[in-house]
Design a protein around this ligand. Structure first.
Ligand code: GTP
Ligand code: MG
Length: 349
């Protein structure tokens, strides 16, 4: 069992509480403003963290397609070229990509030879160990308390799960005694701001929003407000965008620069949220967002759907940005830290 966050006790940088009057205005949402559409955030307040076993079984269920495709190959199999061919096809099918697939196959063949493995179960186990070795460098605990406030910028393509993930993280952080402030940096969609603010009200999280529609200005305000209030964590939501929308990628760079003007060294985390069902395109997203923003971490969502999971192997080989969390559903406990051994156990059950 490992904890959700790593926590570093921090000597607060000069960030005394400042009277609320000097903080940027937080527009209030009229209580009658219940949105017609269901909220993105539906977090059960009474939800207790489920036992680890339940998480594992749901992760296994999410990745069952790949796990079935891989595991079947080893049932009563002979260790020959046919097995390696089938394994290659199954790995490619799992979204592992050409590079990681070739890497794993070469390493496996070497291992089989060196250790004189004759039994399919042993070969499967060797593959598991190789996969864990490949994914291990992506595993990195998310450390709280390094900065006050710890400023996080959350990016990704449309519908990847950014806002939902921010909501889940906020609840996890609160449970770890952190005060959280959110910035409604998605000024693109009119409903996005209200959505976040209603959620903030319900969950006792301050949301900084602006009518102006300038995401960099909202982000700057949020950082200032976080400093003034002595908030532990500031999370900045951004509007979804495709890496091919170059002007919108430029806008992200600007938001990042402006955050840095609000607080030296911020954002301390620049995160990309990826929909686990995106296939190989996820790798293109990692590259493009990393080139533009120098990502510090990834969050992979929706590993409960038709996701195949192999994309993590591709990321590990081609652009090894740490994967802080993975998501397997819409509830708060459906977001957990990424653990390489656990993930491979689900992928190759
Ligand atoms: N099944 C499943 N659904 C998820 C998960 N994470 C998020 N979702 C759903 O994905 C949809 C989009 O999530 P959002 O959080 O609105 O995505 P976003 O990236 O903020 O979207 P934009 O702001 O429109 O770019 C919502 O219906 C979420 O409930 C997950 O891990 N599993
Ligand atoms: Mg959103």
């Amino acid at each position: 069992m490992f904890s959700f966050f790593k926590k570093k006790p921090v000597a607060p940088e000069a960030a005394p509480a400042v009277p609320a009057a000097s903080a940027p205005t937080v527009p209030s949402v009229p209580s009658s403003a219940e949105p017609a559409a269901p909220l993105v955030f539906e977090v059960e307040t009474a939800a207790k963290p489920e036992p680890k076993q339940s998480w594992m079984s749901r992760l296994k269920a999410g990745l069952s397609k790949t796990s079935a495709n891989l595991s079947i190959l080893f049932v009563g199999a002979r260790i020959d070229d046919d097995l390696y061919d089938e394994l290659e096809a199954a790995l490619l099918m799992s979204d592992a990509g050409v590079d990681a697939t070739q890497f794993l196959l070469d390493a496996l063949k070497r291992k089989v030879k060196e250790d004189k493995l004759l039994d399919a179960a042993q070969v499967k186990d060797a593959l598991k160990q190789l996969m864990i070795g490949l994914l291990q460098p992506l595993q990195k605990p998310f450390e709280l308390g390094r900065h006050q406030p710890l400023v996080m910028m959350i990016t990704g393509v449309n519908g990847a799960g950014k806002t939902t993930t921010i909501g889940k993280l906020a609840k996890h952080m609160q449970a770890h005694g952190q005060s959280v402030l959110l910035a409604a940096g998605d000024t693109f969609r009119a409903a996005a701001r209200e959505q976040l603010m209603v959620w903030g009200q319900r969950n006792n999280v301050t949301v900084i929003a602006q009518e102006s529609g300038d995401p960099a200005a909202v982000s700057y305000d949020a950082v200032q407000s976080g400093k003034a209030r002595g908030t532990n964590v500031v999370m900045i939501d951004t509007a979804g965008r495709l890496p091919t929308q170059l002007h919108l990628m430029e806008e992200l760079k600007k938001i990042k620069r402006v955050i840095g003007k609000g607080l030296d060294g911020a954002p301390h985390e620049t995160l990309l949220v990826i929909d686990g069902n995106t296939g190989q395109n996820a790798l293109a997203q990692v590259k493009a967002f990393d080139d533009a923003l120098q990502l510090s971490g990834l969050i992979i969502t929706k590993l409960d759907g038709t996701a195949k999971g192999g994309i993590l192997a591709a990321i590990a080989r081609v652009r090894p940005v740490p994967v802080y969390f993975i998501g397997i559903g819409e509830k708060i406990e459906d977001l957990q830290p990424f653990n390489a051994a656990e993930f491979v156990e689900a992928l190759l059950a």
